[in-house]
Design a protein around this ligand. Structure first.
Ligand code: SAM
Length: 309
């Protein structure tokens, strides 16, 4: 979007830029916190799948304070992608399906466990709904697995889910570890999206449970010496829709709300991507290499592309 054109995109996108969040998803975590008071007493937190970092920004501002005054708070953010720095946030560039990543997180907490684990992980969607839901479920299970390594008993786990047709299996798996599981749809999450968030409270692993990285949906052998996943009952978990209707609806387009006499003010992105996929294409265009040379075509600087007869 150019600097002069008015920004007609959705209201949370605009608000994010005005308030300095790297992504509109910041509002999802803020709204989950409004209803669940997630941050109370939290000193150690893990942000899984954190890039570009708006959830880490929320954690940093809310837990450390606007000026970083609470310096006993530790926030560890993990993502496959590199992320620009955020005050007070330790970054790990790693894969949440790897045990070594869990170990690295624990090392940062000096062997202690986290009070809260959040995960906004999403794979690149293919558009094939069944496949997207399946891959998202796998990522959530990976997040749950790593959570069992790093979360303290009584702690909270929040994660993105896709409410597809087999989601009840996931609820059952979560209920093995958390007595209280709620599905929450923040109002900043588009109604048109099947995305929602599970808020799992009071982490209580089964007696004798030893965390491992076996993925129950992928690994059908269950060749670990426990099998809590046999025959879980179909569980219906409570669903909570966005608190009340007082806020913005993320599926509506709102006109710019400018005070009388105030002109539109351009807000640049809070944080440009550090390694955007379009960078290579821009470079190719700069070097005039974007179009395959054709015989007889005039590619001299400034010439429009046309074939010379
Ligand atoms: N919560 C983030 C924020 O507020 O800026 C946005 C997260 S974005 C929707 C999803 C992220 O999941 C991507 O950055 C992606 O790299 C990450 N991701 C996907 N699979 C992952 C994996 N196996 N390990 C670590 N990160 C992963």
């Amino acid at each position: 979007m150019g600097k002069s054109s008015k920004d007609k995109r959705d209201v949370y996108y605009r608000l994010a830029k005005e308030e300095g969040w790297r992504a509109r998803s910041a509002f999802k975590l803020l709204q989950i916190n409004e209803d669940f008071n997630l941050f109370e007493g939290v000193k150690k937190v893990v942000d899984l799948c954190a890039a570009p970092g708006s959830w880490s920004q929320v954690l940093s501002r809310k837990l450390r304070g606007e000026s970083g005054q609470h310096d006993d708070v530790k926030i560890v953010a993990v993502d496959l992608q590199a992320m620009a720095p955020i005050p007070g946030v330790i970054q790990i560039q790693g894969d949440i399906t790897k045990k070594s990543t869990a170990e690295e997180i624990i090392n940062h907490f000096k062997g202690e466990n986290a009070d809260l684990v959040v995960c906004d992980g999403a794979p690149d969607v293919t558009g094939l709904h069944d496949i997207d839901e399946y891959i998202q479920a796998q990522l959530l299970l990976a997040a749950l697995n790593i959570t069992t390594h790093v979360l303290k008993k009584g702690g909270t786990f929040v994660a993105k889910i896709f409410r597809g047709k087999d989601v009840t299996l996931l609820y059952s798996q979560l209920k093995i570890f958390f007595p209280l599981v709620t599905v929450f749809k923040p109002r900043s999450s588009r109604n048109s999206s099947i995305e929602a968030f599970v808020v799992c409270q009071n982490y209580s692993p089964p007696d004798g449970y030893i965390p491992n990285m076996a993925n129950p949906l992928l690994d059908h052998h269950y060749d670990v010496d426990f099998n809590q996943l046999e025959g879980p009952n179909r569980i219906i978990v409570p669903f909570l829709a966005c608190g009340d209707l007082s806020g913005f609806d993320s599926d509506r387009t709102y006109p710019l709300q400018l005070a009388e006499g105030r002109a539109y003010e351009y807000h640049p992105p809070t944080q440009n991507p550090i390694n955007p996929p379009y960078q290579a294409a821009c470079q190719l265009r700069r070097d005039d290499l974007l179009v395959k040379p054709r015989e007889g075509a005039d590619y001299t600087a400034g010439a429009s592309i046309h074939t010379v007869s």
